[in-house]
Design a protein around this ligand. Structure first.
Ligand SMILES: [Mg+2]
Length: 372
């Protein structure tokens, strides 16, 4: 079997799908969405296709090594997102070729259902409360994540910190003790404020705190982790095992959050998960992206003993023949061949767009730049 062609498709709202075609007619599906940079990733995939065409798609590791190391320069969000979608598509081809789900090719599933959480973003605390009520009562969800703070000054006053405490307090009140709540700090806080706020949130027992500070400061994260009983999570902006190594070795977080569409695909996230397992660190793949990235994540979640919970923002209603279903907070492990999903071609045609999508911009109190 040989790779004959690579195809990229931009679909709303901001997703970049990759189709790897073969000379046998089998087509593998992957997702390389990189928020705000998908057009650049598409160009990278086109460049990678020059070497890929003619390769045997079943040699997944061989191809991974070539894509990662072959251009001399390696790593980073553009390169790794391009590779990630291609890697997913290769696993999809192999699964379809062998009539087996990817999780079976990875050693078989260690669980039957995957616990999921939803992302919710809203303007005011009241909006958050309504959103959480809707997720719990209408979507069958038992866990969600929200934006923990508004824009923050480098060193906040007690009122700004108290507003964040009140927001979580209101959510805990409506959600009750049975529902898990994760607080995403989005790297908006400085180290001292992250420690202060984490301490103040402790009585409301969030499931975890995500990106209390920006990625890249493993020592800072460890300092926060040592100062609180709330588990710290990070990793959505890290790529390949080499960037996760320090976090894991230093036990700077209790939960790693590689993104299947950014961190190096199924092949690499399986390795990151195993590295985390060796330090008793949990896996909670990041996935604010499309249903193909979610499908790839579910395959990994099914096989990793240290899997904890899966993020999702869509069940694939706009693209899949059979969207995923959530029951009592869980998605059943997909059992179809490959990634276990099928595109609805007419939905796909309807959702295509030019790929132009910009990250929202935020302004600090003084008119300067503020983190998303
Ligand atoms: Mg996040």
């Amino acid at each position: 079997m040989k790779i004959s062609r690579l195809e990229t498709i931009h679909v709303r709202p901001r997703w970049l799908l990759v189709r790897v075609h073969t000379d046998t007619g089998l087509i593998g599906l992957g997702e390389s969405s990189l928020e705000g940079r998908s057009l650049t990733v598409e160009t990278m995939i086109r460049e990678m296709s020059r070497w890929l065409i003619g390769q045997d798609p079943r040699r997944i590791e061989h191809i991974w090594q070539h894509l990662h190391r072959g251009s001399f320069y390696r790593g980073g969000p553009i390169h790794c997102s391009a590779m990630s979608g291609i890697d997913m598509a290769l696993w999809d081809i192999l699964g379809k070729h062998l009539s087996a789900p990817v999780h079976q090719l990875l050693g078989g599933r260690v669980r039957d259902r995957i616990r999921v959480y939803a992302w919710t973003d809203a303007g005011t605390s009241d909006d958050y409360v309504n959103a959480v009520r809707d997720l719990r009562d209408n979507c069958g969800l038992t866990a969600f994540k929200y934006n923990a703070t508004g824009m923050m000054r480098p060193l906040s006053n007690p009122a700004a910190l108290q507003a964040a405490v009140d927001r979580l307090g209101a959510l805990r009140k409506i959600a009750g003790p049975q529902v898990d709540i994760a607080a995403d700090f989005h790297g908006r806080l400085t180290l001292p404020d992250a420690k202060r706020l984490t301490k103040l949130l402790e009585p409301h027992q969030p499931m975890f705190i995500e990106e209390p500070i920006l990625p890249g400061d493993a020592d800072g994260l460890r300092e926060i982790a040592e100062s609180t009983c709330i588990p710290i999570a990070s990793g959505e902006r890290l790529f390949t095992r080499w960037q996760f190594q320090e976090l894991i070795e230093k036990r700077a977080v209790r939960i790693v959050q590689p993104d299947l569409a950014h961190a190096g695909g199924i092949s690499e996230v399986r390795r990151i998960a195993a590295m985390a397992e060796s330090r008793d660190i949990l896996l909670a793949p990041h996935c604010p992206l499309g249903p193909v990235a979610l499908a790839a994540s579910l395959q990994i979640d099914a096989t990793c003993p240290n899997f904890f919970i899966q993020e999702h923002v869509t069940l694939g209603e706009t693209l899949l023949k059979e969207p995923f279903g959530v029951e009592a907070g869980y998605i059943k492990v997909p059992d179809g061949p490959g990634l276990g999903i099928e595109m609805d071609e007419s939905k796909l045609t309807n959702e295509q767009f030019d790929g132009i999508w910009d990250n929202p911009r935020f302004t600090a109190e003084d008119g300067g730049f503020a983190e998303w």
